[in-house]
Design a protein around this ligand. Structure first.
Ligand SMILES: Cc1cc2nc3c(=O)[nH]c(=O)nc-3n(C[C@H](O)[C@H](O)[C@H](O)COP(=O)(O)OP(=O)(O)OC[C@H]3O[C@@H](n4cnc5c(N)ncnc54)[C@H](O)[C@@H]3O)c2cc1C
Length: 187
């Protein structure tokens, strides 16, 4: 897909409903977690509240099936949105997405919806606690505050089974390296 036609002044914005989107990128985050990035052929600015989710409408072996996934990207990067999906042993949709969904493929999504978000509930200090792939809503919130220089005192504690299971590891370290206050210097 060429981005040469993107024009933020005239681009439509996303509203809750059913939309056809195209997978534009697949990122292997860890050995069993992938991020799938989507855009619309007719450009849309995907505005949503960090923490909200979409529901994918799929057909697997001729059977319609739907599953909800939190949007892991931030609306500060609005031409696309991403979901980050962990393979669930024996799971129908998560494994199908890992094995089948590729760049260029179209699918229908419903949303965005969800009350668990960083905009309807604001606070000057936030504590984010997540485990495994449960990191997705708080990652969207953290990305949003980071990208918009949000005046929020944020502590982000994430639990993973092992270092190789830490989703967004390098990105979180990069973010931290650019917002942590420097140690005070002794004069
Ligand atoms: C609001 C919301 C947000 C979410 N966000 C994310 C996200 O960001 N990332 C993410 O990875 N997931 C997320 N999920 C979870 C996601 O929706 C799916 O539940 C998950 O991907 C598993 O779906 P599946 O089809 O692969 O598994 P399923 O086919 O639903 O199976 C789930 C488990 O049940 C077992 N099972 C299935 N049928 C039977 C049966 N008949 N008897 C016994 N056991 C059975 C399977 O073996 C498997 O272990 C979210 C869910 C919600 C509701």
């Amino acid at each position: 897909m060429s981005n040469s036609f993107l024009n933020p002044v005239t681009t439509q914005t996303w509203a809750n409903g059913r939309h056809i989107v195209r997978c534009v990128k697949v990122i292997q985050e860890t050995w069993d977690v992938r991020t799938f990035c989507f855009m619309a052929d007719q450009p849309i600015l995907f505005f949503f509240k960090p923490g909200q989710f979409v529901t994918l409408e799929l057909e697997i072996d001729g059977v319609p099936i739907m599953r909800s996934y939190t949007i892991s990207s931030s609306p500060s990067v609005p031409y696309s949105f991403s979901v980050t999906i962990k393979r669930v042993p024996g799971g129908k949709v998560s494994n199908w997405l890992h094995d089948t969904l590729h760049e260029g493929q179209e699918l229908a999504v419903h949303g965005p919806v969800g009350l668990f978000n960083a905009m309807d509930f604001t606070a000057p200090k936030v504590l984010y606690l997540s485990g495994g792939v449960g990191i997705t809503p708080v990652m969207s919130m953290a990305r949003w505050f980071y990208d918009t220089n949000g005046n929020v005192d944020m502590v982000f504690i994430h639990s993973a089974r092992s270092p190789k299971d830490i989703i967004y590891h390098r990105e979180l370290e990069h973010m931290a390296s650019r917002i942590e206050l420097p140690e005070p210097q002794n004069a």
